[in-house]
Design a binder for this molecule. Structure first.
Ligand SMILES: Nc1ncnc2c1ncn2[C@@H]1O[C@H](COP(=O)(O)OP(=O)(O)OP(=O)(O)O)[C@@H](O)[C@H]1O
Length: 312
C-alpha cells in the first residue's frame, strides 16, 4: 500500500509547550484513519502542520511522496479540508458557495458544474441549493461546509469533527457521504470525539496523547492491546457480601464496581468468564435478575491508554 502522508519526527512547540513531540505517522492510500486523542493532545496541531498552515520546529512531512510546503500548490489541489468551524460566505447561496470553493481548483466551467452537482448529491442538499447559509439548520450548514471542502474531488480529505452538534439525520447523511467519498477513492483522516463513529467508519485508528502516538491499529488490534478482556454485569436481587468477597479473590478479575444491586466485573481475559460465573452463582444460590457480557469498547481502550474519557 502506498503512503499518502509520511510524517517523520515532527516537533512543534508553542513557547515552552511541546505540542508535537517527535511525532511520526504514516497514512496509507484508501484508508479512513481515525485520529483520536483527548483535548489538547495535538490533533489540530498535527492537521495544521501537515497542511502547512503552521510552521514546525523540526521533522519532515511528505504528501503524495513530495515535501509539503506553504507553496506546494500541486499537492494542496489534491487535498480537501473540512474544519470544525463552518466557513462559508453568508451572501452566497448554497450552490454559489460550493461553486466558489470548487472554482479555486477547477477552472473549467462545464467540469465544475458537474463536480458541484456531485457534491450537492453527496450531502443531499438538492432541495436547498438556492438557500443562503443563514436559512439553513446547523446540520444542513455542516453539510454545506463539507460540500465546499470536497467538491473539487480531492484525493486526500481531512475532516475535523464534522458531526459536532448535528441532528441524527444530518449525522447519518455525513457519515454515509464520508463512506461514499472513500469508496470513490479518497483517503480520509478523521478526527472526532464520538467513538461510535470511529467504530462505524475507520479502518485504522491512531490514538495520540501529549503530542505523541500512544497506540495505533485496527479496532480489534487496539482492543487486544488493553488488559481488559470482558466486562460482565450482574444485577443481584440483593447485595451478597460473601459473593463479592469471593469474586475479589479471582486473579482473572481486575476491577469490580458496585452500584445499588448492580455489580460490574472487569476481567483480564476473554475466555470462559460467563460460564464460570453462571456455574458459581448456581452452586452458591446467588439470586440475580439479569446478567450480560460485553467486549471492550473503543472507549475502554481510550480510557485505559490515556486515563481520560474521549468525550468531555
Ligand atoms: N496557538 C497556540 N498557542 C499556544 N498553545 C497552543 C496553541 N494552539 C494549541 N496550543 C496548545 O497545544 C496543545 C495541543 O493543542 P491542539 O489544539 O493541537 O490539541 P487537540 O488535540 O486538537 O485538542 P482539541 O481536541 O481540544 O481540539 C494544547 O496544549 C494546546 O493548549
Amino acid at each position: 500500500m502506498s503512503k499518502v502522508i509520511e510524517i517523520k519526527n515532527l516537533t512543534k512547540c508553542y513557547g515552552e509547550l511541546i505540542a508535537l513531540d517527535n511525532f511520526s505517522l504514516d497514512v496509507y492510500e484508501g484508508e479512513i484513519l481515525g485520529l483520536l486523542g483527548p483535548n489538547g493532545s495535538g490533533k489540530s496541531t498535527t492537521i495544521n502542520t501537515v497542511l502547512s498552515l503552521l510552521k514546525y520546529d523540526s521533522g519532515s512531512i511528505k504528501i503524495f511522496n513530495k515535501e509539503m510546503s506553504p507553496t506546494a500548490y500541486d499537492i494542496k489541489s489534491m487535498i480537501g479540508v473540512v474544519f470544525q468551524d463552518v466557513a462559508v460566505f453568508e451572501e452566497l447561496s448554497v450552490i454559489e458557495n460550493i461553486d466558489y470553493f470548487c472554482g479555486l481548483y477547477i477552472k473549467d466551467k462545464k467540469i465544475r458544474d458537474e463536480y458541484v452537482q456531485d457534491a450537492i448529491n453527496l450531502v443531499s442538499l438538492n432541495e436547498f441549493t438556492k438557500f443562503k447559509p443563514k436559512e439553513l439548520s446547523g446540520g444542513l450548514l455542516r453539510r454545506l461546509n463539507i460540500a465546499c471542502g470536497i467538491a473539487h474531488k480531492p484525493k486526500l480529505i481531512f475532516l475535523d469533527e464534522p458531526t459536532v452538534a448535528v441532528d441524527p439525520q444530518s449525522r447519518n447523511n455525513i457519515l454515509e457521504g464520508i463512506k461514499r467519498l472513500n469508496e470513490l477513492g479518497a483517503t480520509i483522516v478523521y478526527t472526532t470525539h464520538y467513538m461510535e463513529e470511529v467504530e462505524q467508519l475507520c479502518n485504522r485508528i491512531v490514538v495520540m496523547d501529549k503530542g505523541k502516538v500512544i497506540a495505533s491499529g485496527t479496532k480489534d488490534e487496539l482492543k487486544n492491546m488493553i488488559s481488559l478482556g470482558e466486562k460482565i454485569t450482574i444485577e443481584l436481587k440483593e447485595i451478597n457480601e460473601v459473593f463479592i468477597e469471593r469474586l475479589k479473590k479471582s486473579d482473572r478479575i481486575i476491577n469490580i464496581e458496585i452500584e445499588n444491586n448492580i455489580v460490574r466485573i472487569s476481567y483480564n481475559t476473554k475466555e470462559d468468564n460467563l460460564s464460570r460465573l453462571i456455574d458459581y452463582v448456581r452452586e452458591n444460590n446467588v439470586s440475580y435478575t439479569s446478567l450480560f457480557s460485553e467486549r471492550p469498547t473503543l472507549n475502554d481502550v481510550f480510557l485505559e491508554l490515556t486515563g481520560k474519557e474521549l468525550r468531555d
